[in-house]
Design a binder for this molecule. Structure first.
Ligand SMILES: *[C@@H]1O[C@H](CO)[C@@H](O)[C@H](O)[C@H]1NC(C)=O
Ligand SMILES: *[C@@H]1O[C@H](CO)[C@@H](O)[C@H](O)[C@H]1NC(C)=O
Ligand SMILES: *[C@@H]1O[C@H](CO)[C@@H](O)[C@H](O)[C@H]1NC(C)=O
Ligand SMILES: *[C@@H]1O[C@H](CO)[C@@H](O)[C@H](O)[C@H]1NC(C)=O
Ligand SMILES: *[C@@H]1O[C@H](CO)[C@@H](O)[C@H](O)[C@H]1NC(C)=O
Ligand SMILES: *[C@@H]1O[C@H](CO)[C@@H](O)[C@H](O)[C@H]1NC(C)=O
Ligand SMILES: *[C@@H]1O[C@H](CO)[C@@H](O)[C@H](O)[C@H]1NC(C)=O
Ligand SMILES: *[C@@H]1O[C@H](CO)[C@@H](O)[C@H](O)[C@H]1NC(C)=O
Length: 557
């Protein structure tokens, strides 16, 4: 039976290690880049509007990249509000890419923006990825799986004998000279179909100069979900075959990706895992090597370590742990009653493996990890110094994307910034740790402050309830933070200095802020300018009297 197991013979490809770097066409809002396994366009949302659309263009026409079409044809479009841009990633083997010898790829796209009116921008770019293609390449994109194999090594090596026999039997009875594909699920072998039929089901098979490409969206009816070493894995196993005169050509194409959603542990790490061996046909058992990256680019190991990314292998799985607030991630404030925050991390991972035939497989994974909502409390600190006769209250740990919109002082609303005529002030304090704070100062005798006299303490109590209105940007979602501060001022009776003069007695009273609380009487008569004039008293005041408010006491002299 093994006589039927032919490998497709195609010339080995020559790869040129190109050192030419792709330029970054960038006018600030649009950025195109050739990465080693995909082409990328990033455009500012401020430029494209919130619902940008892309079209792929080739000489046969213009193809709108819808969600379904993207997954079938090797495109992945993400709107990333935290980064403020929309990103399109295109596989080098995507449907409408001009491929010259698997070495030079030309992309043509239209970007349909709808910001200030609809506009179409055309873009083109030619890429020559410098990293040579491995015999087998697997991409686990956000929306599809893609596998490409060098056509000259497309012979199955790890297939179980029984699978192979069954597949070949079917091939022998039903194969025509056209290629047929048969999907295999765990124990089940499904009816073969021709490639145009498979295409209708959302599968794309393509033969390039030197590679056989297979792409499938996730969750297809012919896929199966399994668990490998405790990790959920989605597998699509396609067997392509063709009978040509007396031989049956047959190729196994397996796309398998870890579907682990990510988790968050109590130590503040985002975790993700994948089996070292996703499928026996996909990767060998030996020498798996792992590279970690973020936002579609790999990091040198020392850089990853410095950022606290951890890569561990145990029990046949590769486990990644990334500190929730590590460099490379994005943070966002979020309000539900109180203030919370979450972090998003665009993981990029590579697993390289070498199997017993020394055929290496390069697997690349794009996954988005997010923390749950984490409490992100702001705090207030009473920094009042009584001697300054004013409240000083500091509101701290306010994240960068949150700003103070207003304060209610004992129920009176003041929008921020305050008018420069008010006696209370608010000052913003910026810290290097991406937080800021606000210092609020309100004099004790400001009209908004509540005053209450305490007879026992001979003290005036000042009370200020502060209700801060903070808003999360850019959506301007408000939340409130409440603080109440009190302070006391000494309001013991004023003491007179009496000086005997030849002409009479002089009483002297040093001015103190709360002396307005006291009346000065002569006998039972309140000392007024009129009374002074009437009794030929000389009444002098060095400082204007504060408006009499609150409790009034009598001082008898
Ligand atoms: C573009 O935006 C305008 C107004 O914002 C809207 O009326 C129109 O439907 C949008 N067009 C498309 C194609 O989304
Ligand atoms: C590619 O874009 C450049 C400018 O960016 C333009 O001059 C050129 O004509 C375009 N080529 C094609 C084939 O559209
Ligand atoms: C593929 O299969 C379908 C359904 O069996 C058939 O209608 C169609 O003609 C076939 N196409 C080719 C190119 O053989
Ligand atoms: C590895 O697997 C064994 C048995 O399934 C289990 O007891 C052990 O805790 C696992 N180790 C780790 C680090 O997950
Ligand atoms: C207050 O603001 C106005 C207008 O911005 C300015 O003319 C005035 O000088 C300011 N007054 C003080 C006390 O800063
Ligand atoms: C940020 O820095 C300020 C000033 O050093 C400090 O008071 C505050 O606690 C820091 N906040 C966080 C969340 O680290
Ligand atoms: C603060 O103000 C908001 C909006 O005016 C109100 O809903 C909230 O109850 C206030 N908080 C306190 C503690 O008074
Ligand atoms: C605030 O600070 C003042 C002055 O140091 C102090 O008298 C008062 O008790 C503090 N606490 C509150 C809750 O106001």
């Amino acid at each position: 039976m093994m006589a039927f197991g032919f490998c497709l013979g195609f010339a080995l490809l020559l790869f040129v290690w190109s050192t030419a770097k792709c330029d970054q066409i960038s006018n600030g809002v649009l950025h195109m880049e050739c990465r080693d396994r995909y082409f990328m366009i990033a455009a500012d949302l401020s430029f494209t509007g919130n619902e940008p659309r892309f079209e792929a263009v080739d000489e046969t026409g213009v193809y709108p990249i819808t969600e379904q079409y993207a997954a079938e044809c090797g495109y992945s479009v993400s709107v990333l509000p935290l980064q403020g841009h929309v990103e399109l990633r295109a596989s080098y083997f995507s449907c409408h890419t001009d491929n010259k010898d698997d070495a030079v790829f030309t992309f043509n796209f239209n970007l349909l923006a709808n910001h200030s009116g609809e506009a179409t921008y055309t873009m083109n770019k030619t890429c020559s990825p410098s990293l040579p293609w491995s015999p087998r390449e697997v991409t686990c994109e956000l929306n599809y799986m893609e596998v490409s194999v060098r056509s000259d090594v497309a012979c199955p090596t790890g297939t179980k004998k029984d699978d192979w026999d069954a597949a070949v039997n079917t091939a022998y009875t039903s194969a025509t000279s056209d290629w047929q594909v048969m999907f295999q699920r765990a124990e089940q072998k499904l009816m073969p179909m021709n490639l145009s039929e498979a295409h209708k089901h959302g599968y794309v098979f393509d033969l390039t100069d030197g590679r056989l490409v297979f792409r499938t969206p996730y969750g297809q009816p012919d896929s199966f979900s399994t668990e490998v070493n405790g990790v959920p894995v989605e597998v699509v196993h396609a067997t392509l075959f063709s009978r040509q005169s007396w031989v049956v050509l047959m190729v196994d194409l397996v796309a398998a990706c870890s579907m682990y959603e990510g988790s968050y542990d109590e130590n503040g790490y985002m975790m993700w895992k994948t089996p070292e061996v996703l499928h026996p046909l996909l990767s060998g058992l030996h020498n798996t090597q792992v590279n970690i990256g973020v936002n579609g680019e790999f990091l040198e190991q020392p850089v990853a370590e410095e950022r606290g990314y951890i890569v561990e292998k145990h029990n046949g799985t590769v486990q990644l742990s990334i500190p929730y607030n590590a460099d490379g991630g994005y943070r966002k404030s979020f309000v539900t009653d109180d203030l919370y925050e979450y972090y998003v991390f665009h993981l990029y991972l590579e697993q390289i493996s070498v199997d017993e035939d020394h055929v290496d497989t390069r697997l690349r994974v794009h996954r988005t990890l997010a923390t749950p909502l984490l409490p992100c409390p702001v705090f207030t600190e009473n920094r009042t110094v009584n001697e300054e006769h004013m409240f000083s209250v500091y509101l701290g740990d306010v994240p960068d994307d949150v700003e103070l919109a207003a304060v209610h002082l004992n129920g009176h609303k003041f929008t921020v910034p305050f008018t420069n005529t008010s006696r209370h002030t608010i000052t913003k304090v910026v810290h290097p740790n991406s937080t800021h704070g606000y210092t609020l100062k309100v004099p004790f005798d400001d009209p908004v402050v509540l005053q209450q006299f305490s007879k026992e303490d001979a003290a005036m109590q000042h009370k200020l309830d502060i209700n801060y209105t903070l808003t999360v940007l850019p959506e301007k979602e408000p939340f409130y933070h409440f603080a109440s501060v009190m302070a006391q001022s000494d309001v013991s009776p004023p003491e007179f200095d009496a000086i005997c003069l030849e002409s009479g007695i002089r009483f002297r009273l040093d001015h103190r802020p709360f002396d307005y609380l006291w009346y000065i009487s002569i006998g039972s008569d309140l000392l007024t300018s009129e009374l002074a004039a009437q009794h030929r008293l000389h009444h002098e005041q060095q400082q204007p009297e504060s408006a009499a408010r609150g409790a009034a006491l009598h001082s008898w002299i």
